[in-house]
Ligand binder design. Sequence first.
Ligand SMILES: NC(=O)c1ccc[n+]([C@@H]2O[C@H](COP(=O)([O-])OP(=O)(O)OC[C@H]3O[C@@H](n4cnc5c(N)ncnc54)[C@H](OP(=O)(O)O)[C@@H]3O)[C@@H](O)[C@H]2O)c1
Length: 230
Amino acid sequence: MRELTYYVAVSLDGRIAAPDGTWDAFLTEGDHLAALAAEYTDTVPAHVQRLIGVQSTQDRFDTVVMGWNTYLPGLEEGHPSPYSHLRQVVFSRTRTEAHPDIELTSEDPVEVVRRLKREEGKGIYLCGGGQLAGALIEEIDRLVLKVNPIVLGDGIPLFAGDYTPRRFALESTRRFELGVLLNEYLPKDRASAGGGRTERQYPERVDPCPHLVESGPGLVAPGPCELTPV
Ligand SMILES: NC(=O)c1ccc[n+]([C@@H]2O[C@H](COP(=O)([O-])OP(=O)(O)OC[C@H]3O[C@@H](n4cnc5c(N)ncnc54)[C@H](OP(=O)(O)O)[C@@H]3O)[C@@H](O)[C@H]2O)c1
């Protein structure tokens, strides 16, 4: 069955964005940017892929699900189909119209995701945000946190709303040079015996691209010296 993976950048105090929804505080340099862009290319927005010269192969994900508040910033910046290389499902109870590439739904996210999981295909990328992740917590099969060594103090939580607490077990952790950790968790009841816990540096040397900075939804965005997006 297809897995639902919540892959997201988070601060030490569990925030995925500042109170106003911005994520400028996340690290804008470091070897994690290029490494994760290479490994999680499917999660890089399509217009950013073009700018940095990578291409999704859908080897990890072929579908993305996101809440309206996560979809909105890209829309306002002129990217109504941010993950055009994936099937895009956006949840909203209030909106009725969206770009033809977007499957806009007010259905219960749990029902939608269970239906997606029964279909053939690759993994399902839960892009965020906190409200949608809270609604889907029971459906998460893998939690991949890009933990940035910053404290935001306030902001959008990793999980929001009324949800039932759930235990996860650390499956692996990678440490990058500026202190970003990539922590991968499985639901506790599905974790391998002994935790399967490993600790390692990212094994390959990947030269950081000077044009990459961390962005919230998705992984990277063009840096200040980058070309103007088309
Ligand atoms: N750090 C990262 O990697 C990362 C990743 C993703 C997002 N983010 C940030 O997270 C923030 C957004 O997170 P958020 O928690 O505020 O919002 P969100 O989960 O992205 O979206 C919430 C909206 O989605 C719709 N929704 C949520 N639950 C629903 C349900 N059960 N059924 C139908 N529709 C539902 C509602 O839209 P309507 O109000 O239209 O009904 C709700 O207002 C943004 O600032 C974004 O930049 C950061």
